[in-house]
Ligand binder design. Structure first.
Ligand SMILES: [Zn+2]
Ligand SMILES: [Zn+2]
Length: 295
């Protein structure tokens, strides 16, 4: 089952703010790199394979574009999707933590982001690479983006490697056109390895039902860990077919989270109050994450 995408509380004026547009340069650079890779792949790599086996060339062409399209769609959805902004002045009887800048009550797991100027549901971190917070609504797209960058990068590297070996690296770097094939190989190898590790960390956090912010807490006292299967389902949804597709399948409303009553938690109220205290007085997280404001 595919969940409908909850209403984006941002409007057009948000995307026209100076801060947002200023930070969009990184997004444009990422997109430029991604589309440059597409051009190099189609012209040089696919073109070279076409001179040999057409079947192999077409197979690799579809493999590359499956990864590449999932990368682009995941990235754009992560960049432009509301991560789960808490409306200014949000009031409810359900929660007691209050955010001063927003004048709102904060749901559990929500934190204030100084860069976005709003509280974000299940805030993971503010990511400059997507110029957006990673939170309840776009967490799946962020993780898929990391995953598909590494898959796309390895796909390119493994496709280009035989071409470079056969032609000879000396000959490849002499011409500006084929030099790009080699340069992109080096970039893909670096990004592929780096982001494979990074996506692995995020898959691990999903299985533990922790955000990056929460990963700095004491791991033995996580009240949201309801088992790996259910933890995974909360972010990626109940249908395996959609797990690795950039379709919104996240379960829940971002306000209420099932808790593990069976797990030995010394005092659940104490855990919640600890979190409240850290939010109120400042804590370890500020050392690690820029843009995360303790309020
Ligand atoms: Zn706030
Ligand atoms: Zn943010």
């Amino acid at each position: 089952m595919v969940n409908s995408d909850p209403t984006d509380r941002r409007n057009a004026s948000f995307y026209l703010t100076g801060r947002y547009l200023g930070n969009s340069v990184i997004v444009l650079l990422v997109l430029a790199l991604v589309f440059w890779a597409e051009v190099i792949y189609v012209i040089y790599v696919f073109g070279t394979y076409l001179q040999g086996s057409v079947v192999l060339a077409l197979f690799l062409f579809f493999l590359w574009h499956f990864c590449w399209l999932n990368l682009v769609i995941s990235y754009l959805r992560c960049v432009f999707m509301d991560p789960g902004s808490v409306p200014v002045g949000f009031e409810t009887d359900q929660f007691t933590r209050r955010c001063d800048p927003c004048s709102s009550l904060k749901p559990d797991r929500a934190h204030h982001c100084r860069s976005c100027g709003t509280c974000v549901l299940k805030m993971d971190h503010h990511c400059p690479w997507v110029n957006n917070c990673v939170g309840f609504r776009n967490q799946k797209f962020f993780i898929l983006f990391l995953f598909y960058v590494s898959m796309t990068a390895f796909c390119y590297f493994l496709c280009a490697l035989p071409i470079v070996v056969e032609a000879g690296i000396q000959k490849m770097v002499e011409a500006p056109a084929t030099l790009q094939v080699v340069v992109l190989m080096i970039i893909c190898f670096s990004f592929g390895l780096g982001l494979l590790g990074f996506s692995g960390i995020h898959f691990h956090l999903v299985l533990q039902n922790k955000t990056t912010l929460e990963s700095y807490d004491d791991g033995e006292r996580n009240p949201y860990d309801v088992g790996k299967k259910e933890n995974w389902r909360q972010v990626f949804g109940p249908t395996p077919l959609y797990w690795f597709l950039p379709i919104y399948t996240t379960v829940g409303n971002g306000h209420d989270y099932p808790r593990n009553d069976k797990k030995e938690i010394p005092d659940l109220q104490e855990v919640i109050e600890d979190q409240w205290d850290r939010d109120s007085t400042g804590g370890e997280q500020t050392r690690f994450l820029s843009g995360y404001q303790q309020v």
